[in-house]
Design a binder for this molecule. Structure first.
Ligand SMILES: Cc1cc2nc3c(=O)[nH]c(=O)nc-3n(C[C@H](O)[C@H](O)[C@H](O)COP(=O)(O)OP(=O)(O)OC[C@H]3O[C@@H](n4cnc5c(N)ncnc54)[C@H](O)[C@@H]3O)c2cc1C
Length: 479
């Protein structure tokens, strides 16, 4: 067995998962079918929880250098409201960053940690047995690993071969997106865009460099997705929507995306798992897809690593589906709602006006912001205080910032009583005592993904929860 885990696809999800696994010395190979980075440059927004995760892994500085901070807010259906006051995060902003840049940074990080990445290799088949998975590449090579994770995007080969159903709504409409030069003078473009903003006809032309514009224009119906769009498609559609094609020419790149909404029925079948767009797709409104995939990766990484290293409690790996499937369900639903709110039908416009009014209530605005930014997620870990299952913000501790203590992807006991211990779990869980920590609880146990796995002050109860999440203590497992 050469590898512990093979990951199909080196997009943001696959690259992040590879890095998470390497934190635990798991032997990882990432297979990416493309030889070159994507030529199209969509600017994606990283929301608060993803920025926090980057801080938790020591990646935030280099990501911030390459992105543009924008104020938080206007998250939901692009309704123009500022973010609610006092969002409980040190990173309460939105970071706009080109997707190829984030993919490059995550891949570089994974490789620095020791992941192997092979470009120009597509996964075309696999077979699993009791001990592992045999993965077949497009050149006929066969590789063996203990687990396979499909991070191979919305049209995932792994998901299809696995036979996992992908129910939901198919694409009904597509949007053309590309960068190109424009013949019309800037003033004419600005005047036409302003004029049409008042109507129900939606398109955008945004400056993207000297003489170059990013053009986004919807098209009714779905095309033959096998063929990329042409400049003529853009010209025709611009004329239909804006009454002029603005003299567009010399495209840098042209792409299209659909509005399908689908969710995989299962995230795991035996030794094969799904993450990111391979498990869920939805329209880009609200900018949540990449965030969701990266967060899947951080949820799955330490659990799969625990399984490979042999200390995972029996049901740990299945908590990946149990926790992340409902989160994706919620994202799909909020996206459906946002799409309705973009409709130009009178009823939908009335609901949009009403919601716009409701968002003046701080609680409503906060609820929606916490949903989109994923800081409101509370996993179901059973009965307990409200903190249980939630993420902790980046607290200031006497040892430094909390997230700085999570770079290694280990568990963490934050102890205000100064009398608890992580005992036989010290190889997997760190212990920091700080009686002055600004925490509404005596002690919390954090999982490697930063979610609160236990709240209390009783050592025996803590030991039970350490065993629940981190398996047998060293002494006992060695006997
Ligand atoms: C216009 C637009 C705007 C968006 N804006 C945002 C935003 O602001 N915020 C946000 O969070 N999300 C946004 N998204 C969504 C985001 O781009 C996706 O959710 C994200 O790319 C998913 O990442 P992934 O790694 O799961 O899949 P992908 O990015 O699709 O990566 C999959 C990788 O697998 C490779 N692959 C495929 N098949 C195989 C195979 N058989 N073998 C090996 N490799 C394979 C592919 O080449 C690719 O590199 C937007 C999407 C669109 C279309």
């Amino acid at each position: 067995m050469h590898f512990d885990v093979i990951i199909a696809g080196c997009g943001p999800t696959g690259a992040m998962l590879a890095a998470e696994l390497r934190l635990h010395d798991v032997r990882v190979l990432v297979l990416e079918k493309e030889t070159e980075p994507a030529s199209f440059v969509r600017i994606v927004g990283l929301h608060i929880r993803s920025l926090e995760l980057m801080a938790m892994r020591g990646l935030l500085e280099r990501i911030l250098e390459r992105g543009r901070r924008r104020p938080a807010g206007a998250y939901f259906a692009a309704i123009d409201k500022p973010a609610p006051k006092g969002l409980d995060s040190a990173h309460a902003y939105l970071l706009g960053i080109p997707q190829p840049v984030i993919v490059h940074l995550l891949e570089e990080h994974a490789m620095e940690l020791g992941a192997q990445v092979r470009h120009g290799c597509a996964v075309v088949g696999f077979a699993q047995d009791d001990d592992g998975v045999t993965v077949e590449l497009d050149d006929g090579e066969r590789l063996r690993s203990r687990y396979l994770v499909g991070c191979d995007g919305g049209r995932s080969t792994v998901r299809k071969l696995l036979g996992v159903a992908f129910p939901g709504e198919p694409s009904r409409n597509e949007t053309l997106m590309g960068e190109m030069e424009v013949g019309a003078p800037q003033e004419e473009i600005a005047a036409r865009v302003t004029e049409l903003r008042e109507t129900d006809r939606r398109f955008s032309l945004t400056p993207a460099g000297v003489g170059v514009y990013r053009v986004v224009v919807p098209t009714p119906g779905v095309s033959d997705r096998g063929a990329p769009p042409t400049l003529e498609d853009f010209q025709r559609q611009l004329r239909a929507v804006a009454g002029t094609d603005f003299g567009v020419h010399s495209p840098r790149w042209l792409s299209r995306f659909g509005d399908a909404t689908r969710l995989a029925e299962r995230y795991r079948v035996g030794r094969v798992l799904l993450a990111g767009d391979a498990a869920h797709v939805h329209p880009p409104i609200g900018g949540q897809g990449l965030n969701l995939g990266v967060q899947d990766a951080v949820n799955l990484g330490w659990k799969l690593a625990a399984q490979v290293r042999g200390w995972a409690p029996e049901t740990l790996l299945d908590t990946y589906h149990a926790e992340r499937h409902p989160v994706a369900e919620d994202v799909l639903d909020n996206t459906r709602a946002q799409m309705e709110l973009l409709s130009t039908e009178p009823g939908a416009r009335a609901v949009r006006r009403l919601l716009t009014e409701l968002m003046d209530f701080e609680e409503v605005n906060r609820h929606l912001a916490e949903k989109i930014t994923a800081i409101g997620i509370r996993y179901d870990f059973g009965d307990g205080p409200d903190l249980l299952g939630r993420r902790l913000p980046d607290l200031d501790l006497k040892q430094g910032r909390l997230y700085g203590l999570l770079h290694g992807g280990r568990g963490l006991l934050l102890d205000r009583t100064e009398r608890l211990t992580v005992g036989g779990w010290s190889d997997r869980v760190d212990h920091f005592a700080d009686p002055t920590a600004a925490l509404d609880a005596p002690c919390v146990l954090l999982r490697p993904d930063g979610h609160v796995a236990w709240v209390g002050d009783d050592q025996r109860d803590l030991d039970d929860h350490l065993a629940r999440w981190f398996g047998e203590p060293i002494g006992r497992s060695q006997v």
